[in-house]
Design a binder for this molecule. Structure first.
Ligand code: SF4
Length: 252
């Protein structure tokens, strides 16, 4: 089943297309949890859950009741058409991990609609879910922000670093770029080596780094160190505009 967590029209807050007006579709479910990111969600019963800044799109048990089950592509198109947006507005598929739904016929039909209508479609992916490009060639026409998780995510290496998968995406897709989430403390304890090692396993593509943080304060505390790191390595720095502007608010 395909679950839509939220949809909203905003500007892209991070990555290569920062600042571009984009319509976001956030789908539910993820193959990771990333407790290392340390964002806390407090449930109605007072329980505290730890994960990434989109834990509400990751943990089906805790938040699934708020997700919308989608059975037909017509429902997704109805949502899209309810927006007043530029004709060729950028579309961003995010999550959770949106590619968990890559084989779902409803999801594929939704992607096909946008590609056929000349939208730029970007997937924000953890790069650990394989795509069958031969069976579903529409995915070749998309852009992939390859957000390979680092050790600061708290996920095990074998789960988060999957060269066969990210190299298949780099090889087949129209456009890709790595998007690493970096924090000042980890930079002091060897995160650079981790990033270098991942890049050494990958086919050539652009590299973008952005400061870790689920809140404005945390993003600010990591910004300068990440900028200095990008300057030293020649990587593109990406801010996290949506967090800097709207802090911990969702759906923006
Ligand atoms: S892979 Fe992304 S969406 Fe999934 S838990 Fe990690 S940061 Fe969150």
């Amino acid at each position: 089943m395909l679950y839509l967590v939220e949809h909203f029209y905003s500007i892209q807050g991070e990555g290569k297309y920062t600042g571009v007006p984009s319509l976001f579709f956030r789908f539910g479910g993820c193959n990771m949890r990333c407790e290392g990111f340390g964002c806390i969600e407090t449930l109605a019963d007072g329980r505290e859950l730890v994960g990434c800044d989109t834990l509400y799109a990751v943990d089906k048990q805790a938040f699934g009741a708020q997700w919308q089950a989608i059975e037909k592509v017509e429902r997704l198109l109805e949502i899209f058409k309810s927006y007043t947006v530029p004709e060729d507005v950028d579309i961003v598929f995010t999550g959770g991990e949106p590619l968990l739904h890559a084989n779902n016929p409803v999801f594929i039909a939704f992607v096909e609609y946008f590609i056929a209508n000349h939208h730029r479609v970007t997937f924000e992916t953890n790069s650990a879910v394989a795509i069958d490009f031969e069976q579903y060639p529409v995915y070749k026409s998309c852009i992939y922000a390859l957000s390979v998780k680092l050790s600061n995510s708290g996920e095990p290496y074998s789960k988060r670093v999957c060269p066969e998968i990210f190299n298949s995406i780099i090889t087949h897709a129209d456009e890709t770029f790595f998007k690493f989430t970096v924090d000042a403390k980890s930079l002091q304890s060897g995160l650079q080596d981790e990033i270098d090692a991942i890049i050494s396993l990958a086919h050539k593509t652009d590299v973008t780094c952005m400061p870790k943080g689920g809140s404005k304060d945390e993003v600010e505390s990591n910004t300068e160190a990440v900028i200095e790191y990008c300057k030293a390595k020649g990587f593109r720095y990406s801010d996290r505009l949506h967090i800097r502007i709207w802090d911990q608010n969702k759906g923006v």
